[in-house]
Design a protein around this ligand. Structure first.
Ligand code: KIV
Ligand code: ZN
Length: 514
């Protein structure tokens, strides 16, 4: 029978330790609300003794998100009274509050960090648990640097804090040093002793990613009896980060016959949560990151696209729909093969070519793909209509002719010239910033009511000649459209990305754009 794995999310504590990722109270609350929608069992909302701001944010999360019985709200305390008081006072209004205490068990921590004896540290831990227990019934104890600790001392600590009242024992691989097989064995041995001591106590793990093994170590722990896992969204966290929630959960789901476990996670909320965390914290997700990276469900090689079009399971182990994406993305590039291009053309209604005609159109496609990098549906219209010297649908597309953007502190403004149906259309606007002004001017010309949902700019090369890549997502009549463009001029790249998105909308609706 499948065993329940408790999912403890520490995006708002360990994740927030990433330099520059600090959130304000409003943002922390929004993320906590989304984590609840995602279905996590426990939220570690912060480290309240670190600042009044964090104390207030944890308190608000405890009151507004912890107000139902299906979620536990906790926060971190060192094994000192003032920290435990701060956690208690910030989480106590939740329906299910928990105090989380951390204290090292490795020789390095005991001797070098604290300069004390092992017995002294254990006594401090036991006293801290007893004090926390006098405030709340649920107390988690983390044996920091457990994976580098002497096993018998680690166990003696766990035994003592459980006898003092700890209800969850968390075993961290604090510096990401563990190796999956070895970590699995550690968890197996600890679980065996713990369940003999008190089988109501949950055994938890918290793995860091310094050697890229946080997910593997967490999964090894699950296989060896861990009841609970600590994770963050997109794997963010101290240094190289923590085990990524989406990777651990999707591994359990995808390989369920191996793990024989289940969680309460609503996987369809994974992408929404990932995007929210990434945009609030200003931390881009690595494009090839498992599950939540931009390319995780995008297929670009011709061989793969051909295989997928024949049978999706040829190159797809998870349906993108399961994690809340619309569908897989077949990106048309110069590496795409005939099968993918023909499929895209068929979807647009172009299916009556002779073999010779298709070969010539495919050659035009390759020429455009070499210049543009990614080819969109509206580009395919242009290719086909140019080829047949016809002109109807592509007349509705917009083309950038010129732009001028003025950036200043009082009135950033933009003037844009676009071409459509052979005519030059001009627009200008002021905005809260240069991009806002630029997009308002383009929107004025297109006369489409579009909402910009996401704007992302990154550099694809270094130095003076750096090429800026702009990726945007816009919403039109409730539908989302993503588009990209690259140029050495970032304003031009921004305009081209927006125009690509508008042309996508025109293709989808096949209506004149004004
Ligand atoms: O990495 C660690 O050891 C921690 C503890 C507070 C659990 O973050
Ligand atoms: Zn940590």
């Amino acid at each position: 029978m499948a065993r329940k794995i408790w999912v403890f999310d520490t995006t708002l504590r360990d994740g927030e330790q990433v330099p520059g990722a600090k959130l304000n109270q409003y943002e922390k609350l929004e993320v906590a609300q989304q984590l609840k929608k995602l279905g996590v069992d426990m939220i570690e909302a912060g480290f309240p003794s670190s600042s009044t701001g964090d104390f207030n944010a944890v308190k608000e999360i405890a009151t507004k998100v912890g107000n139902t019985d299906d979620i536990i709200i906790t926060a971190l305390a060192r094994a000192v009274k003032s920290d435990i008081d701060a956690v208690y006072n910030s989480v106590k209004d939740a329906n299910n509050p928990l105090i989380h205490i951390v204290l090292g068990t490795s020789d390095i921590h005991v001797e070098k960090k604290f300069g004390k004896s092992k017995d002294q540290i254990m006594d401090i831990g036991v006293e801290a648990v007893k004090y926390a227990k006098s405030l709340l019934p649920d107390v988690q104890y983390s044996t920091e640097d457990a994976s580098r600790s002497d096993f018998e001392y680690l166990w003696k600590t766990i035994e003592s804090v459980v006898k003092a009242g700890a209800t969850i024992i968390n075993v961290p691989d604090t510096v990401g040093y563990a190796e999956p097989e070895e970590f699995g064995e550690l968890i197996f041995k600890l679980n065996d002793r713990l369940k003999n001591l008190d089988d109501t106590v949950l055994l938890s793990v918290h793995c860091h990613n310094d050697l890229g093994m946080a997910t593997a170590n967490t999964l090894a722990a699950i296989k060896n009896g861990a009841d609970k896992v600590e994770c963050t969204i997109n794997g963010i966290g101290e240094r190289a980060g923590n085990a990524a929630l989406e990777e651990v959960v999707m591994s359990m789901n995808t390989r369920s016959s191996i793990y024989q476990t289940y969680t309460n996670i609503n996987t369809k909320e994974i992408m929404n949560t990932s995007k929210l965390v990434s945009s609030f914290m200003g931390l881009d997700v690595q494009v090839n990151k498992a599950i939540t990276g931009d390319n995780a469900f995008a297929h670009s090689s011709g061989i793969h696209q051909d295989g997928l079009l024949k049978s999706r399971d040829a190159y797809e182990i998870i349906s993108p729909l399961e994690v809340g994406l619309d569908d897989m993305e077949l990106v048309l590039t110069a590496r795409s093969g005939r099968h993918a291009v023909k499929n895209a053309l068929n979807k647009l209604g172009f299916n009556e070519f002779t073999d010779i005609q298709f070969e010539e159109i495919f050659a035009d496609f390759l020429e455009m793909a070499d210049k543009k990098k990614e080819v969109y549906n509206h580009d395919l219209y242009i290719i086909v209509e140019n080829y047949f010297k016809e002109s109807h649908i592509s007349d509705n597309f917009f083309e950038l002719v010129d732009l001028q953007v003025i950036s200043n502190t009082s009135f950033p403004s933009a003037s844009v010239k676009l071409k459509k149906e052979g005519q030059i259309l001009e627009g200008s606007a002021v905005g809260s910033g240069p991009i806002d002004a630029l997009y308002s001017a383009i929107m004025e010309i297109s006369q489409l009511d579009i909402q910009l949902q996401e704007y992302n700019i990154s550099s694809v090369s270094r130095g003076k000649e750096a090429v800026g890549k702009v990726k945007i997502q816009v919403e039109f009549r409730g539908e989302k459209y993503t588009a990209k463009a690259t140029d050495t001029d970032i304003m031009k790249a921004s305009a081209l990305a927006f125009i690509n998105a508008i042309n996508n909308i025109v293709v989808e609706h096949l209506v004149p754009a004004n």
